[in-house]
Structures are given as C-alpha cells and as structure tokens.
Design a protein around this ligand. Structure first.
Ligand code: G6P
Length: 623
C-alpha cells in the first residue's frame, strides 16, 4: 500500500501531545487520560504503546481520541508502563499506520516523537539497504529503527538513545520503551518541549504540564539536550553523552481546573473571562504604593538609558501585541521601534545597532521562528528581552532577561488573555523606561493609576457578553468583515480580524481607516460589516467620516467606542461602549475584548469547533 501525504499535510506544524507513565496504576489508562488533557494542542491521530509480560502492545487510530478509546475498550490493555502520543502530521498523512508510537525493525522498542528529523530520508535509504522495512512514511519510524540498531552490544536503552541521537539531525522530544527493560521509560529532548512529573512510587513524562497535574505537582521542565531514564521509583537526567545532570524540580501551584474549562463551554470564552484576573496578576507587585512601576527581571537603569532602538519580534497574536508596544514606546518614550514577524526576521539581514534591544513576545515561549530569530540576535550580540507566558520555556530561558506575563496556562488556540497580558506588560515596561529616562510629558502617576483600574474595567467590558452574543447571532450570514480604526485602534483591529478569521472562518479585511479609499473600499457592498475601533477621541471625527464612506456603499457598521462618547449614537448601526480611561493606549487595549467576544460568539453561532480551529495549532514548534 502506498501512503502518499496530501500536500496540505507535508509541512504542517507538529504540536504533538506526549505522555509516558511508569507506576502502580494501569499505565495505558493513565497515558490516555494525559493525552485527553493535551487535546487542546490539536492532533489528527493518536496511539498508545505498553509493556506486556510477553512483549509490547501497540494501539493506534487516525482521528479523534475517541477512536483510540474504542480500540482500547476492545483490547483492554493492562500495563505498568506505557507511552502515548497525539500526532499532528508532518511526514505522511494522518492514518492509523502513521500514528505514533512506532516499532523498530525488531519490534523490541516502541518510540514516539514530537518534532522533525531532517536527515530521515538519507537514514531511511541507508536502513533499507541494510534490509529494514517500514510500515509508515514518518520520520519517527526511521528514528525508531536507528534506535533499534543502536540497541546492541549489551547497551541499555538509555545508551542506545545517546548513540541514536548522534545520528539524527533536527528537533525532537522522544519517549521510548523496550521489551527488555520492563518498567522503564527513556526520553530525550532537543528543541521540542518535554516535562517530567515526579510522584510517589510513580514517575511520568509529557509534552506539557496540564497532562501531569492530576498525578503530581512536582514537575521537572527538562532543559535542552537532555535524556531522562525513569522507572516508578528511579529518575535520572543526563546529557547526550551520558554525563549525569542536575535538574530543578518546580512545584506547580495551578489547580487542575486552571487547566480545564471550569464551567465554560469553551476554553476560549473561559480565557476571555479570566482577563480581569489576568490583568490583576500581571500588575501584581509591579506598581508600588507610591505608584512607581518596577519590573523584576528587566535590565538595569544604565541599559535603559543606553538603548537607542527597539526591535519587537514575534508571531501571530504576540506580533499584534508588539504593534501596540511600538505605539507605547514611540508615543511615550520617543524611542524608535520596529516590529518584525519572526519568520521574516530570521532570514533577513536586519540592521541591528549595538545599542538596540530585541524584544521577543511569545505566549508559549516555544515558537520555532521566534526562537531562531532570538538566536540570530544573540549571534549578533544584541541584547534580548523576552515577554513570555510559559515559565521555563525555551525563549524564556534563552533571552538575556525575561518578563513573565503571568497570564496562566492558555489552552484555546485563539489567544486572548495572553494578548491582553502582553500589552499590559509592554505598557508597564514603557512606564518603567519612561521613569528611568525621565521622559518629559509622561504623567507616570496618572498612567499607573489608570493601569490599576484596568482589571475592573475589563470586568465591565465583559458585561457586554450577552449583548455581543445577540449581535453576533444577527450577523452570522456576513461573509466579509472589515476591521478599521486609526492609531492604536488600527493595531487592535488586526487582532480583532485575526480572531474572527481563525475561529469563525469568516474572511476579513483590516487596515487603518484612512487607507480604505486607496483600495479596500472597492470591496464594500451591502452585506459587508465594518467593525470600527473609535476609542481615540483625537481622531474620532475622522473615523466618523470613514464610517460614512462605508455606509454610502451599503456597508453596515459596528462601532466600538468609549462610554463618554455619544458622537456615534444614531450614526453607526451598532455601537458597543467600553469604559473610558485617561489614556488612548489603554482604551485601545480594552477594545480588544469586545472583538474577542464578537469572534467567539459568531463562531459559536456558526457551530465552529472553537478551541481547536481547523489547520491551526497553539504552539508552532517547527518552521
Ligand atoms: C500560533 C498560535 C497563536 C500565537 C502564535 C505565536 O499561531 O495559534 O495564538 O499567537 O502561534 O505563538 P507564541 O506562543 O509565540 O505567542
């Protein structure tokens, strides 16, 4: 049988879920449960491998986890050691055969993998010449065969893993079990994330912390280039040459509910509603009683004085937060700031002055393009600062300094609370630098007071939820939605548009409102909706003119403005009002929330699969 990968799958991002367990419980059920907790990552097939008294068992199914569940219900696997994987196709279509784990040639070893083995084709040819046969088209099966070849001459699995890694090029998190070492799991990571959980009489590994939380709170976030060998009561970490390495144990204080939906229909709406808390958490300890903004983890004052330029580098929603940061830095600090998509920056020949600062914004801290761009800056000896949500993630570890957004785990693929936290951190940072650089004209106390009110104001915005749901329902036949605004409202519009297209699959057109007449206006016709951000009183009159331009061509308007403005009442067909702050920048930050709710409710009324939108992934860990 020929397995030909459809083009669409060839370079999709692997955001695979990994689970592995050794302990007294039925390991096959534990790892299945752990995969369930990683479902948010997106996947297209899943499998479990386990040790039996007579060898290894392997159950795999394309499709959702309940397909694997049915198979497990038939087979009823019982094991004290098991590994499991939910796959996002990169090499080979999402079929039963291509699902992980994979056996080596002898069937003594089962291996699962997150990442990409770049030299798998040459290795595969070499192995075929030596008589190996393959069941799948995956790079992972090739890695399993290499591991199997190295499992010889009295080597234990851990040593075979060291030897195999020397032959493999690429990014990986591996977990393997062998028939010959009952009760043992061996895992390795390079570039792809892997965490371990330490329990009482049980140990485990996973690709992400939520999988571990029901079982243990003692977590080891594995550093890059590490091998772990564990049994139910043994746990050791080495480097790729077998030298023992110290590891740090972190006590995770998230409750299990924090990683689950907590009563909401979807993670996305739960996370939207977490934003008041997120803002409070993000500000906690960062504004003193004297209203002085102080950020731990940032550079010393002399560095802030020296910096002559900022480059903000990020992807997706984090990039949009960066665009807001550019406005804060340029408006408040008069500090030239550019924003780059990481994927563009990493292959460019950027103008990097030695006094510049590169800021990397990332929710996951694992985005491959951002990580590559970070390494490019480091090779050029540019100072780097991370604004990151996931503690201990690669970007957090590799930046010179890191400021955590403290938004808690974000599970919905469509990012919401991370964006708000990123923009709040950028504002805090701007205020911190403004104090150090003694910026004239920036009323630091007033801004700090306003920031402190942001959590409560976000709560007020959330009260629009029912109105927005009803409005969204009336708009679900809309085929094209414009997102328009001026200044910071234009930047927020990009994020509003991204939310709508990624979860409701509605086409959007976004641009500064004044740019409409240079092309996009041609798309306006009856049935088109235009969402106007109008939270900046300095340009509101201009926005009203733009609204009229759209209406004259049959478009319908939804305006988002502040509650002290009545100029749009009776002008726009729909008006949503958010609390007015004393800062145009903070107004704009708040205006993202009704846009998130609009996207969510339109997607819900359309019956879309909100937390795992098609073709998208939460954390894009390959190029
Ligand atoms: C993916 C996610 C987005 C996210 C982007 C950057 O595309 O679906 O929500 O904004 O990656 O991710 P990062 O983790 O670096 O913020």
């Amino acid at each position: 049988m020929v397995f030909q990968a459809p083009a669409a799958y060839v370079r999709l991002t692997p955001v695979c879920g990994i689970a592995g367990y050794a302990g007294p419980k039925n390991a096959a059920e534990v790892v299945y449960d752990q995969l369930k907790r990683l479902e948010y990552r997106g996947y297209d097939s899943a499998g479990v491998a386990f040790q039996t008294p007579t060898g290894l068992g392997l159950l795999k199914r394309a499709g959702r986890l309940n397909a694997l569940r049915s198979l497990m219900d038939e087979e009823k696997p019982e094991a004290s050691t098991a590994i499991a994987h939910s796959r996002w196709a990169t090499h080979g279509a999402p079929t039963d055969r291509n699902a992980h784990p994979h056996y080596d040639q002898s069937g003594r070893i089962a291996l699962l993998h997150n990442g990409i083995i770049e030299n798998y084709l040459e290795l595969k040819e070499e192995l075929i010449r030596r008589g190996h046969t393959f069941q799948s088209e995956t790079d992972t099966e090739v890695a399993a065969h290499v591991l199997g070849e190295e499992y010889r001459d009295g080597r234990i699995l851990e040593q075979a893993m060291q030897a195999a890694i020397k032959r493999l090029r690429g990014a990986f998190a591996f977990v393997a079990i062998s028939t010959e070492e009952p009760g043992r799991l061996v895992a390795a990571r390079s570039a792809s994330p892997l965490v371990a959980g330490l329990g009482e009489g049980e140990n485990m590994v996973a690709s992400d912390i939520p999988a571990l939380l029901p079982y243990t709170r003692r977590v080891v976030i594995l550093e890059n280039d590490r091998i772990v060998s564990l049994t139910r009561d043994e746990f050791r970490v080495t480097d790729f040459n077998g030298h023992p390495k110290e590891y740090e144990e972190t006590l995770i204080d998230w409750d299990v509910e924090a990683a689950e939906k907590g009563g909401y229909e979807h993670f996305m709406i739960k996370e939207i509603h977490e934003q008041p808390d997120v803002i409070h958490r993000c500000l906690a300890g960062r504004i003193g009683d004297d209203l002085r903004v102080k950020i731990e983890g940032a550079f010393s004052d002399s560095v802030w004085q020296e910096i002559d330029r900022v480059n903000i580098i990020a992807c997706g929603t984090a990039f949009h937060a960066g665009l807001m940061g550019k406005r804060f830095f340029e408006d408040l600090l008069r500090l030239p700031t550019d924003c780059f998509y990481s994927s563009e920056f990493r292959y460019s020949d950027p103008l990097l002055s030695p006094r510049s600062l590169a800021i990397f914004i990332s929710q996951s801290g694992e985005t491959a393009d951002s990580l590559a761009a970070l390494r490019l800056c480091q090779r050029n000896r540019i100072r780097t600062l991370g604004i990151v949500n996931v503690v201990g993630s690669s970007i957090a570890r590799e930046c010179d300094r890191v400021i955590y957004t403290q938004a808690g785990p974000e599970i919905s693929v469509a990012s919401t609370k991370a964006y708000t936290a990123q923009t709040i951190v950028l504002m805090l940072l701007a205020l911190h630098i403004a104090r150090v650089r003694e910026m004239p004209g920036v009323d630091l106390n007033r801004m700090a007071e306003e920031l402190r009110l942001m959590g409560d104001r976000a709560q007020t915005v959330l009260e629009l939820d029912d109105d927005i749901s009803a409005l969204a329902k009336s708009l679900i036949d809309t085929k094209l939605v414009f997102f328009l605004g001026r200044n910071a409202d234009a930047s927020v519009g990009l994020e509003g548009a991204l939310k709508l297209k990624e979860i409701a699959y509605i086409a959007t057109q976004e641009c500064p409102a004044g740019e409409m007449k240079h092309g996009p206006l041609a798309l306006i016709e009856p049935g088109v909706l235009a969402v106007f951000g109008s939270t900046d009183p300095r340009v509101r009159e201009k926005v009203v003119s733009n609204i009229k331009e759209v209406q004259a061509r049959g478009g319908t308007i939804l305006a988002i403005t502040t509650d002290d403005d009545s100029s749009l009442d009776g002008v726009a067909e729909h008006v949503l009002k958010i609390p007015a702050t004393r800062s145009v920048h903070l107004n704009a930050i708040l205006s993202a929330i009704p846009m998130q709710m609009l996207a969510y409710h339109m997607a819900r009324h359309l019956g879309c699969e909100i937390d795992q939108p098609r073709n998208l992934a939460k954390s894009v860990t390959v190029e």
